[in-house]
Design a protein around this ligand. Structure first.
Ligand SMILES: [Zn+2]
Ligand SMILES: [Zn+2]
Length: 369
C-alpha cells in the first residue's frame, strides 16, 4: 500500500530473479517520483511473449545458438511487464507543474513503454522504440508486474479519459505492445485495397493486426495458423480467408486464394524457420515480408530472387508514441477491440507465462496486481 504523505511505501512485484526459475514476489520500496517522473498504480499489465524470452533468459538464433538477454544489456533481477494501464498515484514537481493540472492524481492512463535514451537519430525523429540504447520499461528497467510503476516522464503517459469511453484497463493495457506491434507491422507492410495480405499466427497480436488491417487498409486478409480455434477467432475479427497450415498445403492454399499470383505482403507473427520458409514461397513479385514474431531460428534464402522479384524483407519492432496515440483513438471509437481471454493475480505470474508459452492463451492474458 502507499500512504499519501509518502512515508512508508512498500509494493509487491513479481520479479525474475534468475532466468528459468519461478518469479518471486518481492517487497520493494520504490523511489519517490522526482522531476518529470510519475508513479502509476497498476490496474492491469499484459502478459507478452517477450516476457517469456526475458524469463527464459534469451531466444534462439542461428544454428540453435542461444542469444542471451544479458548480452543485450538486460540485468536480473528485473520486474517484467511493459503493457501497463493504471492510475496516476503521485507526480514529481516538474510533472505536476508542467502539466498544469492536465494530468493529475487518479487520472486513468496508458504507459508508453518503449523508451529511448533521447539523443540517437531514431529518438530524434520520435522512433524511441528503435533507439540505439533502449531503456524500455519491463525489459531494461523494472516494469508493471507490480502494484506500482515509476515512469521516467509524464510525456510517456496517454490519458484515457474515463468518461468518454467504456474501455477497461485490461483492454487499454494491451494497446501498448500487442496492438502497437500489430499496428507497426501493418504500417510496415504498406497495404492498399488491391493487396492480398497473409497474416501468419492468429494469436493475440495477429488478431489485432487483422482488425487493424481491416480498419485502415482495405486489403484482403488471409489468416494462417495451425490451430482451428485461432482461425475461428481470426474470422470473428474480420479475416476474409483461412489457411490451416497443419492440415492443408499452405503454399497451394495461398496460391489458390490469390489467383496464382501470390501474396502482396506477408506479416509473420510467428517468425520461425518453418513459417518464414513458407512465407518465401507464397510471394507475388514486389511483395513485402514483414517479420515480427520472436520465435527465432534461421532461413535459407534464394538471393537472386530478392532483386529479380523485388522482394522486401522488413523487420518490425513495436511502434512509436505517436502510433500509440492513434491506436488509443481507434480503440476509443470501438474500431479495434482487444481480445482479453485470461486474467491472473500477481502471484500467478509464473503460471501466466507458462500458459502463454504452452499456447494455452487464445487472445491476450493480463495480470491485475
Ligand atoms: Zn535513442
Ligand atoms: Zn510485448
Amino acid at each position: 500500500m502507499v500512504r499519501t504523505k509518502w512515508k512508508v511505501i512498500i509494493l509487491n512485484a513479481a520479479r525474475i530473479v534468475k532466468p528459468g526459475e519461478p518469479l518471486e514476489i518481492q517487497e520493494i520500496e520504490p523511489q519517490r517520483p522526482k522531476g518529470s517522473q510519475v508513479l502509476i498504480k497498476v490496474q492491469s499489465v499484459g502478459v507478452c511473449h517477450s516476457d517469456i524470452h526475458l524469463w527464459e533468459g534469451g531466444y534462439e538464433g542461428i544454428g540453435g545458438q542461444f542469444l542471451k538477454t544479458t548480452d543485450r544489456g538486460v540485468k536480473y533481477p528485473v520486474t517484467p511487464g511493459h503493457e501497463v494501464a493504471g492510475y496516476v498515484e503521485s507526480l514529481g514537481e516538474e510533472a505536476s507543474s508542467a502539466l498544469g493540472g492536465v494530468i493529475t492524481k487518479n487520472e486513468k492512463v496508458l504507459v508508453y513503454p518503449w523508451i529511448g535514451e533521447g539523443l540517437c537519430p531514431a529518438c530524434r525523429v520520435g522512433d524511441e522504440n528503435l533507439c540505439d540504447k533502449p531503456r524500455s520499461l519491463g525489459l531494461y528497467t523494472d516494469g508493471g508486474y507490480s502494484e506500482y510503476l515509476l515512469v521516467p516522464s509524464y510525456k510517456y503517459l496517454i490519458k484515457i479519459d474515463d468518461n468518454r469511453n467504456d474501455l477497461d484497463a485490461d483492454s487499454i493495457a494491451t494497446l501498448s505492445c500487442s496492438a502497437l506491434t500489430a499496428y507497426g507491422a501493418v504500417k510496415n507492410a504498406n497495404l492498399g485495397p488491391n493487396d492480398n495480405v497473409v497474416i501468419v499466427g492468429a494469436g493475440g497480436v495477429g488478431v489485432m493486426a487483422i482488425q487493424l488491417a481491416k480498419a485502415v487498409t482495405g486489403a484482403r486478409i488471409i489468416a494462417m495458423d495451425l490451430d482451428d480455434n485461432k482461425l475461428k477467432l481470426a474470422k470473428e475479427n474480420g479475416a476474409d480467408f483461412f489457411v490451416n497450415s497443419k492440415k492443408q498445403n499452405a503454399v497451394d492454399a495461398v496460391m489458390e486464394l490469390t489467383n496464382k499470383m501470390g501474396a502482396d505482403a506477408v506479416i509473420d507473427f510467428v517468425n520461425a524457420s518453418k513459417s518464414v520458409e513458407t512465407d518465401m514461397q507464397i510471394l507475388r513479385r514486389r511483395a513485402r515480408v514483414v517479420l515480427v514474431g520472436l520465435f527465432g531460428g534461421e532461413l535459407r534464402l534464394s538471393l537472386v530472387s530478392m532483386p529479380t522479384r523485388a522482394y522486401r524483407l522488413i523487420g518490425s519492432y513495436t511502434g512509436n508514441l505517436n502510433q500509440l496515440t492513434e491506436l488509443v483513438s481507434l480503440a476509443k471509437r470501438g474500431i479495434i477491440k482487444p481480445v482479453i481471454s485470461n486474467r491472473f493475480k500477481l502471484n500467478q505470474a509464473t503460471e501466466a507465462l507458462q500458459m502463454l508459452r504452452d499456447g494455452k492463451i487464445v487472445g491476450r492474458g493480463v495480470i491485475n496486481p
